[in-house]
Design a protein around this ligand. Structure first.
Ligand code: FMN
Length: 163
C-alpha cells in the first residue's frame, strides 16, 4: 500500500543498471494484474540496449527522456482476442501494477502514451520488431531516480459524491 502513495512519474535516472531480479519482480507484478475473463493476453519486451533506447526516445514528442533510462518495458497485447474492447484496460491495469512495484523497489518509471494512437502503435511495433499478432500498448522507461520526489496530495472531496 505504501507504494501507491510513493509512486510518481520519474523521467531522470541514475546511470545504474537494473538488477535482473528486480526486472523479474516488475514483470511478476504485471502478470498479477486482473484481466477481463482472466485472458492474460499481454506480453512484454524488456529493452536494455542503449541504441534501441535512443531510437525508442523518438517514438513520440514526449518520450525524449527514454534515451537516458537504463531500461524500458513495452507492454503489448494480442490483436485478435475474444474481448477486444478490454485490451487497453487490461494493459493499463498491468502498467499500474508495474509502476507500483517499481516504487516499492525504489525505482521510478513513467508511462508513455502510445495506444490508441494507431500511428504511434505502428511506429513502436516496428521499432521493437514486434511478434506477429501483437500491438504495443505503452512504453515504460525506468531506473533509479536521480532524485526522490514526494507525491502531491490530490485528495479532493469535491470529486466524491455520496448517495
Ligand atoms: C495514459 C498516460 C499517458 C502518459 N503519457 C506520457 C508521455 O507521453 N510522456 C510523459 O512524460 N509522461 C506521460 N504520462 C505521465 C503523466 O504525465 C503523469 O502520470 C502525470 O503528470 C501525473 O504525474 P505523476 O505520475 O507523477 O503522479 C502519461 C500518463 C498516462 C496515464
Amino acid at each position: 500500500m505504501e507504494a501507491i502513495f510513493k509512486r510518481v512519474s520519474v523521467r531522470k535516472y541514475l546511470d545504474k543498471e537494473i538488477e535482473d531480479e528486480k526486472i523479474e519482480k516488475i514483470l511478476r507484478a504485471a502478470m498479477a494484474s486482473p484481466t477481463a475473463m482472466n485472458q492474460q493476453e499481454w506480453e512484454f519486451y524488456v529493452i536494455k540496449d542503449k541504441s534501441k533506447l535512443e531510437e525508442l526516445s523518438t517514438v513520440t514528442p514526449y518520450s525524449g527522456f527514454v534515451k537516458n533510462a537504463p531500461c524500458a518495458i513495452v507492454v503489448c497485447s494480442k490483436r485478435e482476442t475474444t474481448r477486444e474492447e478490454f485490451r487497453d484496460i487490461d494493459c493499463a491495469l498491468c502498467t499500474e501494477n508495474m509502476l507500483l512495484e517499481m516504487a516499492h523497489l525504489d525505482l521510478g518509471g513513467c508511462m508513455i502514451g502510445i495506444s490508441p494512437d494507431k500511428e504511434k502503435i505502428e511506429k513502436l511495433n516496428n521499432m521493437i520488431n514486434i511478434k506477429e499478432g501483437l500491438d504495443a500498448f505503452t512504453l515504460i522507461p525506468f531506473g533509479y531516480p536521480e532524485t526522490y520526489k514526494e507525491q502531491e496530495d490530490r485528495f479532493d472531496l469535491e470529486k466524491v459524491h455520496y448517495i
